[in-house]
Design a binder for this molecule. Structure first.
Ligand SMILES: [Zn+2]
Length: 236
């Protein structure tokens, strides 16, 4: 995994998207003094069947902020696209490009933008839209003449994104050792407690440890036996 960078911006659709694996890598990066900021396209307000969106949004926002803090991330921003029906398009690309210009990252992180998780497990349209828009916005952010209204708002182009790393890809190209960050990854996913309690009847900590151990071990099968977090990395 490239390590000659100082700032990363992680852009995902929902609270919890970064915690199903990726946050173990983020813990290691912030340990090393790197700056990582989160940008969430929604507040995850459609994520709990028994809780109406107006009540769910502030709850999941709080859980996401607590979750980020577990892995050393204190900047968490929300775009207020609508959970479940995020549209890929110019509005989404513009919002992400604006965030890239504000944060000036060398590394962008997002979640699987492909139709499936590999095999027959279908991905959600929100992940596909945000993942693709993030890949596209890496270039949009660097071009003064794309979204010129951003320059009028004082957001000068930032053409410094060198990589876009896709978490949860079924075709990973890179991996980060997840051993040091594992316990914090567990705590970061557990911070989404209301969501997990609505999702499963299992004990939340058992559910979280089982899930994260499984992904780490699958990575080990592909990357020299090391317990890891994997990424598909696109270079620019
Ligand atoms: Zn999601």
């Amino acid at each position: 995994m490239p390590d000659d960078w100082q700032r990363a911006l992680a852009v995902v659709a929902h609270p919890d998207d970064l915690e199903y694996g990726c946050s173990g890598a983020i813990a290691g990066w912030t340990d090393g003094g790197r700056e990582v900021a989160y940008l969430l396209a929604t507040r995850g307000e459609a994520g709990i069947d028994g809780l109406e969106p107006a009540k769910c949004a502030p709850l999941r926002e709080r859980e996401q902020i607590a979750s980020a803090a577990e892995v050393g991330v204190s900047t968490v921003e929300f775009l207020d696209h609508q959970d479940g029906v995020i549209e890929y398009g110019l509005g989404l690309r513009r919002d992400i490009a604006a965030a890239i210009r504000r944060h000036r990252p060398e590394l962008l992180i997002t979640l699987n933008h492909r139709d499936t998780w590999g095999g027959v497990a279908w991905n959600t349209p929100d992940h596909v839209a945000v993942g693709r828009a993030t890949l596209d916005a890496a270039a949009d952010a660097g071009n003064r003449w794309i979204f010129p209204e951003l320059v009028e708002q004082g957001l000068e182009p930032w053409d410094g994104v060198r990589w876009v790393a896709i978490a949860g890809s079924s075709s990973p190209t890179h991996a980060v050792d997840a051993t040091a960050g594992f316990e914090r990854a567990v705590r970061s996913l557990l911070a989404h407690r209301a969501y997990i309690e609505a999702l499963t009847d299992e004990d939340p900590e058992t559910y979280v440890r089982t899930f994260l151990t499984g992904t780490g071990k699958r990575a080990a099968e592909q990357f020299r036996g090391e317990f890891a977090v994997t990424f598909e990395v696109f270079s620019r």
